[in-house]
Design a protein around this ligand. Structure first.
Ligand SMILES: [Zn+2]
Length: 111
């Protein structure tokens, strides 16, 4: 999984294409069928890919509400923005001692 919670990403498609925001949730796909890449992983991005939800009044006399809520999107629909160089980038991994660290493919910085 290349995208993590708290990352800044840019939308690559849809009505929010080109918009940048922070990842607030990450859903990992089930890996029961083995390492199948990251195609099933999803992210929720703050304020983007909103869907309107109608909330019914819970009590009589109360008004129903329409609220906007972020819907999860595939990680393949977003691209990471590097914290170091600020560019839309891809990431690679390198092993440092016992740790696997994520690095920006553009500037080489750890992200
Ligand atoms: Zn970078």
């Amino acid at each position: 999984m290349k995208i993590r919670k708290g990352d800044n990403v840019v939308m690559l498609g849809g009505k929010d294409k080109g918009k940048k925001a922070k990842v607030i949730l990450v859903f990992r796909a089930h890996r029961s069928l083995g390492e199948g890449g990251s195609s099933g992983d999803k992210v929720v991005v703050d304020g983007l890919n909103l869907v309107k939800k109608h909330l019914r009044a819970k009590k009589q006399g109360q008004k129903g509400q329409i609220v906007s809520k972020e819907r999860a999107i595939s990680v393949s629909a977003v691209a990471l923005i590097c914290k170091s160089c600020g560019k839309q980038t891809r990431v690679g991994f390198k092993t440092e001692g016992e740790n696997k660290v994520r690095v920006c493919k553009k500037c080489g910085a750890e992200t």
